[in-house]
Design a protein around this ligand. Structure first.
Ligand code: ADP
Ligand code: MG
Length: 414
């Protein structure tokens, strides 16, 4: 008997739910696509291309819309003999400076044997190499800088759109498509960069539940066998997606997780219960990732808050968290941080969505203070920082939350 057998009951094409899948059509983005398309029209007219700036939160279709339109642009431009179009796509994730982006572009445009090192050249020299490579492409050059908010300085974003005006380029007409997940990136650009880079701005709003239903249905048609999904499954994934962030990627991930769980359980249908299990599993993953990335003091602060939460003492002020945090730090054989630093850790936890915060007014005399709550499942958080819990010992409030992966004695933490 075969040890491995192909699973066929649930999926026809599971890859259609993966991040790198490019749908044939985008659903529910007609307005944005039509604005975007008009902004690209000069390319077909043989004119100087526009700079275009797309912004919106993650998972709202910015990258997908760009790939979709550019693949049509490439196809349609090919039918005009007098257009040579070069499309260059760069994701700036991990590239934090103009220098890094510029060397990256140069290397993308050069062949293997002629690559430059990513350090050591003066910036101006790298730009000269870049202009040379761009000019060699000739005619119309589109450069997509996806996740452009990773670039921390303006230099390249200033130079690129002006290269032709400054006589750095004689052949190439360059258009930049900048894509940002972060609205404040645009606000923080210097006015001169903003006016050129953002001459055509397109905002991609978050999806609501109905948008997500349409997107999920389109994807499910490709990915799942007919009749495998219970009627409530897509609406439930969409409802969670809309509630969380209006992020299509998260909603698709959730649908895939539910499908995987159904498959692992040898089911032949995907149910709403699978969606809920999937959501828990994904959430656990997110918490683990967030908590694992914290420093030890972050863990100690979180542990102190968590025990207050279990005792029913939340919302709680930082000055009331402090005595327990101090004691936990001592038990873990660490020097407690000063109150200000401790509060910094609370802020970080709120940014990660692990902790909730409410601002309150202090009676008639003015002043405000903050109260904190634990926004995540106690057991999941404990599991994710088991090393620290092990160092401190188990607090009496959480003894019954028996930890899966920790073997601890009751200690003075109680
Ligand atoms: P962003 O770049 O804004 O973070 P993406 O373009 O990567 O988001 O979209 C996230 C996922 O959702 C991708 O798998 C994408 O194919 C899908 N998606 C987003 N919007 C749509 C849409 N309108 N129609 C179909 N699929 C979509
Ligand atoms: Mg993207």
């Amino acid at each position: 008997m075969a040890l491995f057998e192909r699973d066929r009951d649930i999926y026809t094409d599971r890859d259609a739910l993966r991040e790198d899948y490019q749908p044939q059509e985008l659903v529910g983005r007609d307005d944005e696509l039509s604005t975007f398309q008009s902004a690209l029209q000069p390319v077909i007219n043989g004119e100087q291309p526009n700079n275009i700036f797309l912004y919106g939160k993650t998972g709202v279709g910015k990258t997908a819309a760009t790939r979709y339109l550019l693949s049509h642009l490439r196809e349609d431009a090919a039918s005009y003999d007098d257009i040579t179009l070069s499309l260059n796509f760069l994701n700036c994730d991990g590239l934090s400076s103009s220098y890094q982006v510029a060397t990256h572009l140069v290397n993308e445009l050069r062949d293997e044997s002629n690559q430059i090192s990513t350090t050591g050249y003066p910036l101006a020299a790298v730009y000269d190499m870049l202009w040379e490579e761009l000019d060699a492409l000739g005619d119309t050059v589109i450069i997509v800088l996806d996740e452009i908010d990773n670039i921390e300085d303006d230099s390249l974003l200033y130079q690129l759109p002006r290269a032709r005006a400054n006589n750095k380029l004689s052949n190439a007409k360059v258009g930049i498509i900048g894509i940002s997940n972060d609205f404040s990136f645009r606000e923080d650009l210097s006015p001169k960069v903003k006016s050129s880079l953002c001459e055509n701005e397109i905002h991609f709003p978050a999806y609501d539940a109905n948008d997500l239903i349409a997107i999920l249905e389109q994807r499910a048609d490709v990915a799942f066998h007919d009749g495998v999904l219970d009627d409530g499954v897509i609406p439930l994934c969409a409802a969670y997606g809309a509630k969380d962030a209006g992020d299509a990627r998260q909603a698709i991930d959730l649908l895939m997780k539910a499908g995987d769980i159904a498959r692992d359980q040898d089911g032949d249908t995907v149910t709403e219960a699978h969606v809920d299990q999937g959501r828990n599993a994904l959430e656990r993953g997110r918490i683990e990732e967030g908590v694992r990335g914290l420093t030890e003091h972050g863990h100690l602060v979180l542990y102190a808050l968590l025990t207050h939460a279990v005792e029913g003492n939340t919302p709680v002020r930082s000055r009331d968290i402090r005595p327990r945090y101090t004691r936990f730090a001592e038990l873990a054989d660490r020097d407690p941080l000063v109150p200000r630093r401790m509060r910094d850790h609370l802020s970080e936890l709120t940014m990660l969505g692990i902790v909730g915060v409410t601002e309150r007014n202090e009676g008639r005399r003015g002043g405000t203070y903050r109260e904190y709550t634990l926004d995540m499942d106690v057991k999941q958080v404990l599991d994710a920082m088991s090393d620290t819990v092990e160092l401190v010992g188990i607090h009496e409030s959480v003894v019954d939350k028996a930890l899966d992966n920790v073997d601890i004695d009751m200690t003075d933490a109680a």
